[in-house]
Design a binder for this molecule. Structure first.
Ligand code: CP
Length: 305
């Protein structure tokens, strides 16, 4: 199969075949991280630039590790010590980076649509590492990869996505991908954090956490994104936790082999109890591990198209 995309801007633009190809490629790269010498020559001679206008632990470091395991040179641009603080525009920053001839720019930005705009400014491949509340495609892909690894396939699984759907780029990427792969997706959260019309994407909506998790194969929690909420959209964090925080008692309602996911970082004991996050059903750290293989696959596929 052939990957026809020069950029990865969102899961919305991918077919089921594209998603399967990325997951299959990630499966073959996963073995590299178990070798004594964790490196293959696939991207030797290429440079990957990580341009993050927002904080990140998981995504930035795993793109760096993924690129290094493919033998690429990696440049991390820290916005706080760059000429952005002197007022340099996004366009001039991208053009300056492009003049140094990298192959791939990985970008995270607080504004939705910035990776799309950057892809029109440069000859480099552009990978969206999260744009505002729009998409976080590599997170969605690593989540689907992790589910497929555990459950065999995505088709027909009952997946509950719980929390701050309105502000979550992770939720949007997962909804596009999971629906395309044939999963049955239920969204749950306070009505004020549920985007109007989201059910048109093919999801079910409930405002009742117990109903959402009943018979679920996968429960995916989202971080409560207090930094993106200009006005308080629920009475208090304590009340949010009471109604929408996942606790051990909820797991009895789900399938006996239910698995718990969270993209991180977690607000411990707010959207998920510490006992569930650290418990036997949790995949949170496996998601982080799989992020490297999935990002190796994406770097390889956009570069070699
Ligand atoms: N899941 C995720 O995007 O985490 P970071 O913000 O740490 O990259």
């Amino acid at each position: 199969m052939h990957f026809s995309h020069r950029h990865l801007l969102g899961i919305q633009g991918l077919t089921a075949e594209d998603i399967t190809l990325i997951m299959d490629t990630a499966a073959s790269f996963k073995e590299v991280s178990n070798r004594e010498v964790k490196r293959v020559p696939t991207l030797r001679g290429h440079t990957v630039v990580n341009l993050f206008y927002e904080p990140s632990t998981r995504t930035r470091t795993s793109f760096e590790i993924a690129a290094k395991r493919l033998s690429a040179d990696v440049l991390n641009i820290t916005i706080s010590t760059s000429s952005v603080v002197k007022g340099e525009s996004l366009k001039d920053t991208v053009k300056t980076i492009e003049a140094m001839q990298p192959s791939i720019i990985v970008i995270r930005h607080a504004e939705a649509g910035v990776p799309q705009m950057v892809s029109r400014l440069t000859r480099c491949s552009v990978i969206n590492a999260g744009d505002g509340s729009h998409e976080h495609p590599t997170q969605g892909l690593l989540d689907m990869f992790t589910i497929r690894e555990k459950k065999g396939e995505l088709k027909g699984l009952k997946i509950a996505i719980i929390g701050d759907i309105l502000h979550s780029r992770v939720a949007r990427s997962n909804i596009w991908g999971l629906i395309r792969m044939g999963a049955d997706v239920t969204l749950c959260g306070p009505p004020t954090l549920m985007p109007i019309g989201i059910e048109r994407l093919g999801t079910r909506i409930t405002y009742d956490l117990s109903e959402a998790v009943r018979d679920a194969d996968i429960i995916m929690l989202l971080r409560l994104q207090l930094e993106r909420q200009k006005n308080s959209m629920f009475p208090s964090v304590r009340e949010y936790t009471e109604f929408y925080g996942l606790k051990e008692s909820h797991l009895q309602l789900a399938k006996p082999d239910v698995l718990i996911m969270h993209p991180g970082p977690i607000n411990r004991d707010i959207e998920i109890s510490g006992a569930v996050a650290d418990g036997e059903y949790s995949l949170i750290l496996e998601q982080v591990t799989n992020g490297i293989a999935v990002r190796m696959a994406v770097l390889y596929l956009v570069n070699g198209r």
